[in-house]
Design a protein around this ligand. Structure first.
Ligand code: RB5
Length: 148
């Protein structure tokens, strides 16, 4: 599985931790930046990762900024993206089972590296349950068509 990963300056240190964890666990990682702690704008990296997932260049995406909020807001603007901001293992699991999230967002100023690794592990191990949730996710996806 290929994971596109991105962060802004605030998320950069945690991105490095998550990237290493992914590589050590056998995932192919496409690191789309940023590559240091120099101040940048999070929507640029959210767009890069979201487009990589939406266009099928990556199977999933992971985005990290200070809170995870700006990344999730930005990524969810891209048609086909269902980005979930997760601060704990439960929401990470449910974002896969019920929402079929294809992008995980985390806040480096909110959670530490240990929690982040647990979230990533849970998020990547869960499958979408389908059934009634497929109907609801279909309605999320239909909202993409409302944009002219
Ligand atoms: C950067 O200071 C901060 O605003 C950004 O990382 C993120 O938290 C935005 O949502």
């Amino acid at each position: 599985m290929t994971i596109a990963i991105g962060s802004d300056h605030a998320g950069f240190p945690l991105k490095q931790v998550v990237k290493l964890w992914l590589e050590e666990h056998g995932y192919e990682v496409d690191d789309l930046g940023t590559y240091d702690t120099k101040s940048v704008d999070y929507p640029d990296y959210a767009a890069a990762v979201a487009h990589a997932v939406a266009e099928g260049k990556a199977d999933r995406g992971i985005l990290i900024c200070g809170t995870g909020i700006g990344m999730s807001m930005s990524a969810n603007k891209v048609p086909g993206i269902r980005a979930a901001l997760c601060t704990d293992v439960y929401t990470a699991r449910m974002s896969r089972r019920h929402n079929d999230a294809n992008v995980l967002c985390m806040g480096a100023r909110v959670i530490g590296p240990g929690v982040a690794e647990s979230i990533v592990e849970a998020w990547l191990s869960e499958e979408f349950e389908g059934g009634r949730h497929a109907r609801r996710v279909g309605k999320i996806n239909a909202l993409d068509e409302e944009c002219p």
